[in-house]
Design a binder for this molecule. Structure first.
Ligand code: NAD
Ligand code: GLY
Length: 358
């Protein structure tokens, strides 16, 4: 097991990465204020890991309330969130009850938001079980739900007490979901870590083959990158926005295609290719680096061509992005591999021309 810390003064917390950390009550119990937890999961993860996770806790005298939600991005909404509140209130949960997210990013984001808002805030623990949630969504405290008009539009910054990323859980993950997680891993290389990008170029076949040592390194290195960015800019007033590379385009793809049709990581991959192509049009990124980026996404079995939604639909959907400022869509673009910037200062026709290609 390896441990790193997200350094946020009195809200700092550890991330434990390794095999079977799911059952390590010694890593979890010190963070409970009361021996009562609500474990939020979904119908897919429940049969795989709920009992494995809950049994050692019960053995340690902890009361465990399971809350099992329907599975899917299309359920990341106010209606499903309400089911969490319903269960917590029905079972008389208190301010010292800890909410634990056991699942992927959808469960993590919704549970975190429930924890931020239930009784104006209760303790929260992340037990991410997808590659994407282990390298990205469980770290950094962004929580929330989708609104019919836009993705992740309702939410709060709310940090967990601890993150337990059990690499063993990845063995049951479908290939497509593994690839979706690889998109966010590639993202760290592109925005700030050229050496990691080069490591990924050499090691992508090992990651796709789920080699445990390679996966553990990629998860740890990704969490290190994310922890550094979050520690420097928790509330996204600057550098943290760079973590959204490909996301403005990607969210438009997810929303435009209907939530759940394109996976988040797939939208990020195709969206990042649009960002790279636009950066190339602006003369900031070489065609060779765009091709390198495309090769790496392809090696991870990710889509590199965005769906044809039409330029105006893209612009409409992208206009709902949280980074819009004074009505201008701000984008994360690349100045080569390993260096990203956020800008709203680009010719509109370059954005339109980039979108017209899809
Ligand atoms: P997900 O939560 O939908 O999980 C993907 C699928 O895998 C689901 O069907 C899930 O039930 C299943 N699953 C989970 N663990 C499994 C396991 N071990 N074995 C088999 N199946 C398993 O999707 P995701 O990719 O984990 O997360 C995507 C979500 O995360 C999006 O809603 C996105 O907006 C959000 N996100 C948030 C942040 C953040 O900073 N908060 C960052 C990135 C993404
Ligand atoms: N996934 C982007 C962020 O956490 O800021």
């Amino acid at each position: 097991m390896q441990t790193l810390t997200v350094d946020l003064a009195d809200r700092s917390y550890p991330i434990h990465v390794g095999q079977n950390v799911l059952t390590r009550t010694d890593l979890l119990l010190p963070h409970l204020k009361r021996k009562q937890v609500a474990v939020v999961t979904n119908t897919t993860v429940e049969p795989l890991y709920l009992e494995k996770f809950s049994a050692p806790l019960r053995d340690a005298g902890v009361t465990v309330l399971p809350i099992v939600l329907p599975d899917g991005e299309q359920y990341k909404n106010a209606e499903t969130l309400n089911k969490i509140y319903d269960a917590l209130l029905t079972h008389r949960c208190e301010r010292n009850t800890t909410l634990i997210a056991l699942g992927g990013g959808v469960i993590g984001d919704m549970t975190g938001y429930a924890a931020a808002t239930f009784l104006r805030g209760v303790p929260f623990i992340q037990v991410p079980t997808t590659l994407l949630s282990q390298v990205d969504s469980s770290v950094g405290g962004k929580t929330g739900i989708n609104h019919p008009l836009g993705k992740n539009m309702i939410g709060a910054f709310y940090q967990p007490q601890v993150v337990l990323a059990d690499t063993e859980t990845l063995n049951t993950l479908p290939d497509r979901e593994l690839s979706a997680g690889l998109a966010e891993i590639i993202k760290y290389g592109l925005i700030r870590d050229l050496a990691f990008f080069e490591w990924l170029e050499s090691n992508m076949p090992r990651l796709v083959a789920r080699e445990p040592v390679a996966l553990a390194y990629a998860i740890y290195r990704s969490c290190e990158n994310k922890a550094e960015v979050v520690a420097a800019d928790e509330r996204e007033s600057g550098e943290r926005a760079l973590l959204n590379l490909g996301h403005t385009f990607g969210h438009a793809i997810e929303n435009g295609m209907g939530y759940g049709v394109w996976l988040h990581g797939e939208g990020v991959a195709a969206g990042t290719m649009l960002a790279a192509e636009m950066s190339c049009r602006l003369g900031w990124m070489s065609a060779a680096d765009v091709e390198r980026t495309e090769r790496l996404f392809k090696a991870a079995n990710l889509p590199t061509v965005a769906p044809d939604l039409g330029v105006d639909t893209y612009l409409d959907l992208m206009g709902l992005d949280k980074k819009v400022s004074d009505g201008r869509i701000r984008l994360i673009l690349l100045q080569g591999i390993g260096k990203a910037i956020m800008t709203g200062d680009y010719p509109q026709d370059v954005l339109r021309a980039t979108l017209a290609r899809v």
